[in-house]
Design a protein around this ligand. Structure first.
Ligand code: NAD
Length: 264
């Protein structure tokens, strides 16, 4: 199987560097023949994203801050100047003030609550609204979420609340766009060391806890996430929409500390 994505064009939003979940997904898609375009946030990331895009044969690299609706319109206009249609979108974007990803959720400020919801949850809706206009039948939209939407994870705080909104948005968008043949799904990834993750307080402890308690007794990689991403963005998952799929070495099924887990 080397041509699963042949003839398909997709937009990757949320690539920051070669540790990004978006990179794990992009590599799998390119290996299977997908044609890719990328967005990046601001000039500082442009110089990181351009060479990565080039590595996968893409020279479509577009600036886009998803919290700015005009910037989103401009980005999609630019994409339309390259391509007349689109088969898939990867939304791998989340952000919150790192000062509020430590301490307690009860101390979340209104400003950061709204900003986190906007960038981490509403942006999927805003992207889907624009992508839909360009999408072929059998289109697929994929976002990234985390278990902190379902259960309390220390320090994940407002991001957990935003991910819950994101997961519910996946369901509502799946219902809205399904009649047009567009599928909307999420991967709930286990903890992986990335730029975004470094903002979460005690992230190293979360990773270690998952590693020793997950059924597979390991953490997942961006390649694990990439494999599941390929499934959702290809026709392999043609009958699947509105799904939140865990790629977490099975951690979400565990109710208690594993008997063989060391004290951390
Ligand atoms: P990352 O830092 O590589 O990617 C986050 C991306 O969000 C960056 O490219 C950043 O530029 C982008 N971004 C932030 N604010 C933006 C804005 N206003 N407009 C446009 N882009 C913006 O980290 P990652 O871990 O690969 O994160 C990707 C997604 O995966 C996020 O939604 C994250 O919550 C989710 N996720 C990560 C983990 C993990 O452990 N790393 C686990 C589950 C889910």
């Amino acid at each position: 199987m080397t041509d699963l994505m042949k003839g398909k064009r997709g937009l990757i939003m949320g690539l920051a560097n070669n540790k990004s979940l978006a990179w794990g997904i992009s590599k799998k898609l390119a290996e299977q023949g997908a044609e890719l375009a990328f967005t990046y946030l601001g000039d500082a990331l442009k110089k990181r994203v351009e060479p990565l895009a080039a590595e996968l044969g893409s020279d479509i690299v577009i600036n886009c801050d998803v919290s700015d609706m005009d910037a989103l319109d401009t980005a999609f206009d630019e994409l339309k100047s390259h391509w007349d249609s689109l088969d898939f979108v990867v939304h791998a974007i989340g952000f919150s003030d790192k000062n509020e990803l430590r301490g307690k959720y009860v101390d979340t400020s209104l400003d950061n609550f709204l900003m986190t919801m906007n960038i981490s949850a509403y942006s999927l809706v805003a992207v889907a609204k624009r992508a839909r206009e360009m999408m072929n039948e059998n289109g697929s939209i994929l976002t990234l979420t985390y278990y902190g939407a379902e259960k309390v994870i220390p320090h994940y705080n407002v991001m957990g609340v935003a991910k819950a909104a994101l997961e519910t948005s996946v369901q509502y968008l799946a219902a809205d766009l399904g009649p047009e043949g567009i599928r909307v799904n999420a991967i709930s990834a286990g903890p992986i060391k990335t730029l975004a993750a470094s903002g979460i307080g005690d992230f190293r402890y979360i990773m270690r806890w998952n590693e020793v308690n997950a059924p597979l007794r390991r953490n997942v990689t961006i390649e694990d996430v990439g494999g599941a991403g390929l499934y959702f963005l290809s026709d392999l998952s043609s009958g699947v929409t509105g799904e939140v799929h865990h790629v977490d070495a099975g951690y979400h099924v565990v109710g208690m500390k594993a008997e063989d887990a060391p004290d951390l």
